[in-house]
Design a protein around this ligand. Structure first.
Ligand SMILES: [Zn+2]
Ligand SMILES: [Zn+2]
Length: 358
């Protein structure tokens, strides 16, 4: 069963302004005319117009201007230009209902310095009654859990690191769990990420057992020295992050099956001797093979190969490097690349209890 239809307006990592992070999606059983959610807004209406002149059926024959008017909210991971350029440039000509800009508070505060009548006119406000401003700042709190952002769609934000700089120290980006409420299925979308964002995080990530797809950046190809990553991932580091995710998945799966077993054998457990009970609890924590089987990992945000070192698109080179490492580690995920102009149908996966618990 499909959950969301997602169109890739742009998926590159720069510097081509015609292919920057920008994704538009809706629940699969709704029509585009029912409203659209934008996830990042690097490339904007101009890129969309170019894509649609090549493929007029992309949004059921709507024009790029109509598609942009139908956007209800923009979900933004961080305020770097390659993620907000389209939002800023289009803000003066947006039609349709007021659009919420959903992002962590510090990201919105940074964006406010752009909409401050110097770099760009002030076209956004914090006040829900301020209809004169087409954009409404709507902060995500990292600890608030899921919040409805659109009919049948909820989102939860999680902070991730995206390098350091001399001015503010650690630079924070975010990742979003996006849930299709009727089915409970989710995908996880990462903004830009530096190495060890998950693998060195002491907190648990609370991965839902209903995760079907992960969108994650891999800006550089394999072998790039760590000091030249500039707050981004290469395949080696991406696979470390996936291994950290796999550990969370194993823990989530173990907790779920333990809860189910305790529900089924609750009475029996009460009368088991303590030793036997402990053995039963520990049984499910052996690491299974292919812990991410059934999960689709979409690689995105690859930096353009300006020097043409590769004879094929850089996003295929990087995808294949990630896939080889995922296979070598036995993680079991399917690795794909998110490519400009592509329609991706995220789909539900069978519950973990039917998967490889050996
Ligand atoms: Zn960035
Ligand atoms: Zn970026």
């Amino acid at each position: 069963m499909s959950t969301f239809d997602l169109i890739v307006v742009g998926s590159g990592g720069g510097p081509y302004e015609t292919n920057l992070s920008s994704y538009l999606f809706k629940p699969c059983d709704a029509s585009w005319k029912d409203g659209i959610i934008a996830l990042e807004a690097g490339s904007g209406i101009g890129t969309l117009h170019q894509l649609m002149s090549r493929d007029p059926a992309l949004f059921d024959k709507l024009s790029a201007h109509e598609v942009y008017s139908l956007i209800r909210c923009f979900i933004i991971s961080h305020a770097h230009l390659d993620h907000v350029n389209g939002l800023v440039l289009s803000a003066g000509s947006l039609q349709g209902p007021r659009k919420r800009v959903c992002a962590p508070l510090h990201t919105l505060k940074t964006l406010e310095t752009v909409f401050a009548d110097r770099i760009w006119p002030n076209l956004a406000s914090w006040d829900a009654d301020d209809a004169a401003y087409k954009l409404l700042y709507d902060p995500f709190k990292f600890d608030e859990g899921y919040r409805t952002i659109f009919p049948d769609v909820s989102a939860r934000a999680m902070p991730v690191l995206h390098g350091k700089n001399d001015t503010i120290g650690d630079y924070e980006s975010s990742a979003f769990f996006i849930r299709h409420d009727p089915s409970g299925q989710e995908f996880l979308f990462f903004g830009d990420v530096s190495p060890d964002s998950l693998s060195s995080t002491p907190q648990t990530i609370a991965i839902p057992a209903t995760l079907s797809s992960v969108f994650i950046e891999c800006s550089w190809p394999s072998g790039r020295p760590d000091e030249q990553l500039y707050g981004h991932l290469s395949p080696e580091h991406l696979v470390d992050e996936l291994a950290a995710l796999a550990a969370e998945v194993v823990a989530a799966r173990a907790a779920k099956s333990r809860a189910e077993r305790e529900r089924e054998h609750g009475d029996e457990d009460d009368v088991l001797p303590k030793k036997k009970r402990r053995r039963r609890r520990n049984r499910s924590v052996d690491p299974p093979s292919a812990p991410l089987a059934g999960l689709r990992v979409y690689v995105m945000h690859c930096k353009e190969d300006l020097e043409q070192r590769h004879s094929r698109p850089i996003y295929h080179v990087i995808r294949d490097q990630v896939a080889a490492l995922v296979q070598a580690k036995g993680l079991g995920a399917e690795v794909l690349s998110a490519e400009q102009g592509m329609t991706i149908s995220t789909r539900s996966r069978p519950p973990f209890k039917n998967r490889t618990l050996r």
